[in-house]
Design a protein around this ligand. Sequence first.
Ligand code: PHE
Length: 462
Amino acid sequence: MRPTKSMHGQWSSNWAFILAATGAAVGLGNIWKFPYITGEHGGGAFVIVYLLCIAVIGIPIMMAEVMLGRRGRQNPVASLQTIAAEENKSGLWRLLGWSGVLAGFLILSYYSVIAGQAMAYIPRTFGGMFNGVTADGAHSLYQSLTADPERLLAWHTVFMVGTMVLVARGVKSGLERSVQFLMPALFLILLLLVAYASNTGEHFTRAIHFLFNPDFSKLTGKSVLVAMGHAFFSLSLGMGAIMIYGSYLPKDTSILKVSVAISIADTLVALLAGLAIFPLVFANGLEIGVGPGLIFETLPIAFGHMDGGAFFGGMFFLLLVLAAWSSAISLIEPAVTWVVENKGVSRVYASVTLGVITWLLGVLTIFSFNIGSEWKLFDKTFFDLLGYVTANIMLPLGGLFIAIFSGWVMHQHATREELGIKYNFMYQLWRFLVRWVTPVAVIIVFLNAVGLIDNIKDWLHY
Ligand code: PHE
């Protein structure tokens, strides 16, 4: 008999699952990362590739992960192992769970440092530090924060402690309640920021143009990889976070509907963030490709000039930190459940231990912003390299194998039963996407990014 419930509990309703999974998906990826990588990769064309990846790779993989989680009802490692055993397939599939646990833990180590920076901006903004600030002023205020390892470390510590406390308390009390009010509030404040940005007239039009008018000549193989990687990162896919949330999902929930709802909400938040930020970039003559500091250098300008800016700004950073928090929980949840299930220790013990290790690793990211900014490998700082490898390689690879597992390893009747999609053609479409589209797309994007496709083209030419 397969368990009908996870030993860690179950969501009280579909709504609770949607909230929690949206909480996992919406975070720094949408508001901090999406705008700055869009800036670095030239706008429109990059955005289109990203949206395309959400639709044809992201949604099917999300469905696959929720399905695998609900069927396995354990941590990702054990879930995959159990399902593989049911299908008489190799137990090695648990390695896929492992790579997810590792990716989540690696991502959290730098995620927490960035969330810490956002946290530092809460008192800064509420306290009116940005009143009347110029673009140069906002730039140097951000620099003064990142140049100081001790301050970054303090905020990183606060964020990690908060995260592990919430994780230690477990699904029911910790995760569910925290997201209920958060998402609507975040959404509202983003709308307010977009409304403010729309006052910049031609700059707003230019921002729309930049975001939605594709210039494919700007698109390189690397940009396509970054766009695809970000689709995984933003939807929290490829590492078992959504799988673990799926393991708490009641039996009768429509996986199709919840996956589509979560993906739409996540994408909307990212687009709103872009619409709030780029008009400010243009209106203040800022450089679009500044990188990870983009939101910290642009939004304070808006908060420094709008009525009630200190309050709204402070609220914005507060909500951003809370959104990051609900994502952070999901990054470490797979590792925590694995330790609890395998080492026979309490949830609290597992959370503390993993929290300390993650915190330690985060210190290297902190140094990437200051004393270690010259320590480079492949021309990247530790933080850049970790971000690149996790989001653009580990998550898509995880997604590739999840697709292969649910499309090729599992029997049709098993996936059909667990997904429970009413319309056959929808089920067939899903199956086609995970069997063919995702694997082929991920492989092509990888090959393209390392330049192999260009080489083949050249070679065919001569
Ligand atoms: N999706 C989160 C964000 O956009 C990050 C995340 C990635 C969370 C992977 C969990 C798993 O901020």
